[in-house]
Design a protein around this ligand. Sequence first.
Ligand code: SF4
Length: 384
Amino acid sequence: MKYVDEFRDGKLAGNLAASIRRAVNPGRTYKLMEFCGGHTHAIFRYGVQDLMPDNVHFIHGPGCPVCVLPMARIDHAIQMAEKYNVILCTYGDMLRVPASSGKSLFKARAAGADIRMVYSTQDALNIARANPERDVVFFAIGFETTTPPTAVAIMQARAAGMKNFSVFCNHVLTPAAIQNILESPEVREIGTVCIDGFFGPSHVSSVIGSRPYEFFAEEFQKPVVIAGFEPLDVMQSALMLIRQINEGRCDVENEYCRVVTRDGNRKAQRLVADVFELRRFFEWRGLGVVPYSALQIKQPFSEFDAEKRFDVTVKQADDVQGCECPSILRGAKKPTDCKLFGSVCRPDNPIGSCMVSSEGACAAYWSYGRFRQAVEPHRMEVVA
Ligand code: SF4
């Protein structure tokens, strides 16, 4: 297969669904966690869950970069924009993520802060070049996929001698989050979250390779399949996971071999290692403080570190009452378990972060799954 529509072919999907039905053991369930929001989106957009036997369940994980950022980091960005009158540049989805006290970057912009949406780090650099008298801060978010472009931007700013550009770094790391989930009491002790295998993220793995997952597979005895983002990728990966589970294997397999290698993109890894280092602690929405799970800018590049350049004090902020985002991000609850889902919380009025980005589980449920039969009673009232 060469073209994207071939990865969405209905006939092939039917064949794969039949193979999965033949492969499953009817005497057990299969709980497969997709770490990445891209998989959640594909599962709902293309109705992949509907093609699975009843005993194969997808559990949504914390792999949406917008969803996992805690309120305090958004408060921090808003304060920089308001207190220091910087031009704050960020990706579109971040604008609508709720901060504390009912705020958001969008609302801060409406109140006068200079907050601009960009599509890339290069847009932010161009804004800095066009406004040499203003400080420009790039609000950097994302997993390992978006980290190399941020490293390039910092290097370019240094090479050009730019004094008005800096980065508010919120880049987080996939392996640390997976380990945190597997070590959580909900998985290890209480058993409220049961995970039989993982879909490994595809774009992240194109950078870090499949090697980092070998530790989880062995240490936690969980099979991993690196899966592409198209519906047939997800279905093929589900079949590979089911076969591993049936055979009692806990290997790392690579369905997305058209892009991902075992060692990943060495050049991108070197770039990131040159500019960033591990943070000792970083708070994730839903997972809490996870050691060594995020990056910060190294000392030789500290002049481009917005956290060092702009002194901001941020208080700890609690999530909105009733919002189940933290439990959803840990795989402990589904969006339909939240009483706010579809009533006060919808994509046009997101109360929690999982309703903002198309990769968020709540947004995916709302956009593609809200009329399912399996909705909870309170949802029936909402959609009626
Ligand atoms: S439906 Fe809204 S409030 Fe409820 S968990 Fe999802 S994002 Fe949070």
